[in-house]
Write a protein that binds this ligand. Structure first.
Ligand code: GDP
Length: 296
């Protein structure tokens, strides 16, 4: 599992040969290689700095077991530390509230909010046997509302019909009433995205959050965004009480560094990953798989 990073470390590992204990001085070069590997995986710099400090703290004084080389022992510490950061909080979707449990989807345009809303509806219907209502508050792009309607048809979930001229707040209120009357267990609310962060968008989604009191506010972020994901995550985490993250497009060639960065910045767990464009392409998050991906 650690082959690749171990491969990268092979040069410095030689200098560790024969050591029975990892010390601050004998792991210095290896830590530099690990820092490089994390940079290559697109983990943001401040996150790498914090992470390396944690690894150092855990590794120094670590006894090397007979079956391992000191280098393997160090990579083992790194791997465990990645998993513990990414899996510390329970990452199950939370639906424990009086129905309808509202899930608010937040993120930039193109991150995969609408697609993930459809995928999540399918997942909740199949895995949790829930009755789901899909709602679009993206009044700025009529195509987005239609896109969600088509997804609802494909996954066989209910779709809230928006009336022309309705404002996001009006849609949200009417949809909530509709979901109560039709006994939906879950209502997934897709919101407008913009190409960049702007105040009007943040205000609008923040008002929706206050109005809907969602049990989950999920930040949808494209894994390919790499280092840029940090700024986006920070802006959304400042504006909204996020409860979790959906990391999309992991079927691309992103190394997954965004996972670590976004989690570190928001302090919220990744709950799902998008692993394909198609509607079955949503998976509950596996910290161990992500750790291996990041380490390469
Ligand atoms: P939104 O603007 O945030 O609602 O983004 P969309 O849901 O419209 O998604 C933007 C594009 O990304 C679409 O072409 C989706 O098919 C694609 N997409 C979303 N999630 C994934 C994923 O996990 N993998 C891949 N390959 N494509 C995805």
């Amino acid at each position: 599992m650690f082959d690749n990073l171990t491969g990268k470390l092979s040069g410095v590992i030689k200098t560790l040969r024969g050591e029975t204990r990892l010390t601050e001085s004998n792991i210095q070069k290896a830590l530099r290689e690990i820092r490089l590997a994390l940079l290559e995986a697109d983990v943001a710099l401040p996150v790498i700095k914090d992470f390396i400090a944690r690894v150092k703290e855990k590794a120094v004084g670590h006894e090397v077991m007979n079956s391992l080389t000191p280098g393997q022992a160090l990579v083992g510490v790194v791997h465990q530390e990645l998993i513990s950061i990414m899996g510390r909080e329970k990452s199950d979707i939370n639906l424990s509230t009086v129905p309808p449990a509202v899930i608010l989807m937040a993120g930039l345009q193109g991150a995969g909010k609408t697609t993930s809303s459809g995928k999540l509806a399918k997942w909740l219907m199949e895995q949790k046997k829930k009755k789901v209502l899909l709602v679009s508050c993206d009044i700025y792009r009529p195509a987005a509302i239609h896109q969600l309607e088509l997804l609802a048809e494909q996954v066989n979930s209910d779709f809230f019909p928006v009336k022309p001229g309705q404002k996001p707040n009006e849609i949200a209120t009417a949809a909530l009433d509709y979901a109560r009357r039709h006994h939906h267990d879950v209502m997934i609310v897709d919101t407008a995205g913009r190409l960049g962060i702007d105040d009007a968008m943040m205000q609008e989604i923040s008002q929706l959050e206050t109005l809907l009191q969602p049990i989950e506010t999920l930040f949808v972020v494209d894994a390919m965004q790499g280092q840029d994901a940090v700024n986006t995550a920070k802006a959304f985490a400042d504006a909204l009480p996020l409860t979790g993250i959906i990391l999309t497009k992991l079927d691309g060639d992103a190394r997954g560094g965004a996972a670590l960065s976004v989690q570190h910045i928001t302090g919220k767990p990744i709950k799902f990953t998008g692993i394909a464009e198609k509607l079955t392409g949503l998976e509950a998050f596996h910290p161990d798989r992500m750790a291996s991906r990041i380490l390469g």
